[in-house]
Structures are given as C-alpha cells and as structure tokens.
Design a protein around this ligand. Structure first.
Ligand code: M6P
Ligand code: ZN
Length: 190
C-alpha cells in the first residue's frame, strides 16, 4: 500500500431536519454580531443587536485535508428572520482560489442562492428541497432564508478553495432580497 496517498474512506450521517452531521463534523455558528456591516439597513441592524444577538446560521463542516484533490462538504442551516426587510443570510464569499466551483443542494425550507461576478453580473436562484445549483468558478455566493422554517442546504467544493470575505465587506453584494408586501423580492444594484 502507498502510505503517502492512502486515506481511509469514511461516511457521516446527515439529519435533513436539523442539518446536523455526525462526527467528525465541525460546527461553525454565526450570530448577528458576526455580520456587522453586511446588511443593507444599518439602523435596523443596530436596533436588533441592542435587543439580542440571534444566531443567524450554523455550518456543519466535514473535515478533510485542505489540499488539491480533496472535496470539502457541509450542511448549512439558516434560521428564519430579517434585519429590517432583508432576510437573514450568510456572509457570502469568493473563493480565495477564484477558479474553484461549488454545488449547493437544498434539503429543507426555502431560500435564495445569490451569485455575482467581479464584472457586475448577478443572479438569484430560488432554492427549495431537491434543487441543486451549480456555482461556476469566479462567482461569489451568498444564501438566505426567505421562508418561515429553517432553510438547510448541502454544499460541496474543492478543499483548497478557501474563503475570501474581504471583497464582500469592501464592495457589498450587488443582489439582495427584501420582504415586500409579505413576499421576497430580488433587487439588483445594477
Ligand atoms: C456554504 C459553503 C461554506 C460556507 C457556508 C456559509 O455551506 O459555501 O463554505 O462557509 O456556506 O457561508 P459563508 O462562509 O459565506 O458565511
Ligand atoms: Zn464557497
């Protein structure tokens, strides 16, 4: 056996109701206070945070070596809720190695996958159980929950990709979803 390239195959159990993944998954929790500057309505953000600091989303990541050839995967659960009229969302990111793609598959609930390029293109894909969306290389991506129950999806991407959040912090996300008259409305900035 070639010890250099040997890795033991493994499996995990994913609970589609809660998004929980059995060991060896790693839990990442993001609360409102972790997303300062991300939401459109800064005043609504401050008002909500002064009241309490809700958990917006949880990621259960299945660890593998962060090396070329491996695939990282995780489930993400976004809770229902809004900051002002904007639905709870993930920070959003480009991949540090930008030519790395990703696939999201919805397991539960309802949401949107938002994507944008550095050239000003943006797209919104409505996600519901069974919808599997392809995020091509060079597109930033953010997800949000526009429903009334937890929105859960499974993601798979190359393990060497990395997360670049700075571009989102610096430039914002050019497509957003707001509740208007009780319904989600996609708004593009350009
Ligand atoms: C998906 C994947 C993860 C990501 C998570 C939360 O599950 O793309 O890599 O960490 O969403 O998104 P973000 O890191 O942008 O907050
Ligand atoms: Zn990604």
């Amino acid at each position: 056996m070639n010890q250099e390239r040997f890795m033991e195959p493994f499996s995990v159990n994913i609970d589609f109701d809660t998004g929980r993944v059995s060991a060896p998954a790693r839990l990442i929790t993001r609360s409102l206070s972790n997303l300062e500057g991300f939401f459109h309505d800064g005043e609504a953000y401050k008002t909500l945070l002064a009241d309490h600091d809700p958990v917006l989303y949880q990621v259960h990541e299945i660890p593998v070596p962060n090396a070329e050839g491996h695939l990282l995967s995780c489930t993400t659960l976004i809770y229902p809720g809004k900051v002002g009229r904007e639905y709870f969302f993930t920070k959003g990111h480009f991949h540090t190695i930008e030519n790395r793609a990703e696939i999201y598959t919805c397991l539960r609930g309802e949401g949107y996958l938002l994507m944008a390029t550095r050239d000003g293109e943006s797209r919104a894909v409505h996600m519901k159980p069974g919808i599997s969306a392809y995020i091509p290389p060079y597109w930033s991506h953010r997800t949000l929950n526009c429903g009334s129950e937890p929105f859960i999806f499974h993601g798979v991407w190359p393990a060497d990709a990395g997360h670049d959040y700075d571009s989102i912090v610096d430039h914002g996300f050019p497509v957003r979803v707001f509740e208007e008259n009780g319904k989600p409305v996609v708004r593009k900035e350009n």
